[in-house]
Design a protein around this ligand. Structure first.
Ligand SMILES: [Zn+2]
Length: 383
């Protein structure tokens, strides 16, 4: 990390040091290695450097991207990922990615014999639904091997109830719903409420999705994840643990979210006993923080647009609006959070002015500021 980046992220990093359970090597439940057709790439050394920023000795579950050489059966990307995991001294835990239309059972068995500790399915990238004999067979293999299946599901409204159906037929398989189950969060939280082993990973750019997750499902079923290279372990863990603090989790429960629950899932150990969700469905909010939160989401939306992918400067007008709201002369109980958000956005503007990789990294500061806006604990009497 350059000195400029280190200085820009130092306030988030310092707070993360206080939030992280002491002496713990955290485990990121969702990261990718390789090269995607969309231009994203991640090498194992870079991922390990990213993970170091989340805490000493941090580990990650790793799986392939949408690599161009994935045919046949994802064999080549899976072999690379499993080799990298093996060379990582235990820090990277390899999953195999399967295409249900391309020999998935043989590929799963081949990878499990090579040491894979989980299976990754991506219904949008591989364009499949969950009501097929191939999916049934994949769940059966996972059940026999005692490994979890991580699924990227819940974007839009395809027939996702078929995923709930197959999961309920295989309660022995731990199912991990990526990105807090995306837009399907409420639907999965209801249809899978009786399933003993559904986990939700926290890799989201919208912190509200993660806050709401703690109102819908047990904290013992929520696992920290970054989705690197799309997200970053530092801001990903900052998000998971700031929301955990908002939900009132104690140190032992924070250890579960930060890695202990996911470690149990990949080791085939029993998951911690689930308790009722910790947050209320209706929660107090600060008006100015809701407003900056909305502008910060607009900045991230601009960054993820086709133009914004190569031009992070598209976030600038929204960052200027955030800073204007943050300097409200009568900020009320959110004063401290607004000051932090303003200084974080000043740092983002500096990175954007720098250009190159620094400007791209400004996205992490916008995400970090959005996390602060969505998770500040407010004492209405302190105005
Ligand atoms: Zn992903």
């Amino acid at each position: 990390m350059s000195t400029l980046l280190e200085a820009a992220f130092a306030p988030l990093s310092e707070e993360l040091g206080r939030l992280r359970p002491p002496g713990m090597a955290v485990l990121d439940a969702h990261t990718h290695l390789g090269e995607d057709e969309d231009g994203q790439r991640m090498a194992p050394d870079t991922l390990l450097e990213f993970l170091d920023t989340a805490g000493p000795g941090s580990q990650a579950c790793v799986f392939a991207l949408h690599d161009p050489d994935r045919t046949p059966a994802y064999r080549r990307p899976n072999d690379r990922v499993l080799d990298w995991a093996q060379e990582s001294g235990g820090r990277l835990i390899g999953f195999c990615r399967l295409d249900p239309a391309d020999d998935p059972v043989a590929e799963a068995q081949r990878c499990l014999e090579r040491g894979a500790r989980g299976i990754k399915l991506h219904p949008r990238a591989q364009a499949f639904s969950f009501d097929s004999p191939a999916i049934e067979a994949i769940f059966a293999v996972a059940g026999d091997a005692g490994v979890p299946i991580l699924v990227h599901a819940g974007r839009g409204m395809p027939p996702m109830d078929a995923l709930s159906d197959v999961a309920l037929r295989h309660p022995e398989v731990t199912l991990i719903l990526a990105h807090a189950a995306i837009a399907g969060q409420g639907m999965f939280a209801e249809t899978l409420a009786a399933h003993p082993a559904v986990l939700y990973d926290t890799s989201c750019f919208s912190p509200s999705d993660v806050v709401e997750l703690f109102a819908r499902v047990p904290a013992e079923r929520i696992v920290f994840a970054s989705d690197a290279p799309y997200g970053h372990p530092l801001t990903g863990l900052f998000q998971a643990l700031r929301v955990a603090a908002l939900a009132g989790l104690d140190e032992d429960d924070c250890r579960l979210v930060a890695g202990a629950t996911m470690a149990a899932a990949v080791s085939g150990d029993p998951l911690p006993a689930a308790r009722p969700p910790r947050l209320d469905a209706v929660r107090p909010a600060s008006g100015p923080l809701l407003r900056v939160g909305a502008y910060l989401m607009m900045a991230l939306g601009a960054r993820m647009s086709p133009e914004g992918r190569s031009d992070p400067g598209r976030m600038s007008p929204f960052i200027a609006m955030v800073r204007c709201v943050s300097r409200d002369p009568a900020p009320g109980p959110a004063e401290h959070a607004l000051l932090r958000i303003d200084s974080t956005m000043a740092a983002a503007e500096q990175l954007l002015a720098e250009g190159g990789p620094e400007a791209l990294a400004a996205t992490g500061l916008v995400h970090g500021a959005a996390v602060i806006a969505a998770t500040e604990r407010l004492d209405s009497t302190s105005a």
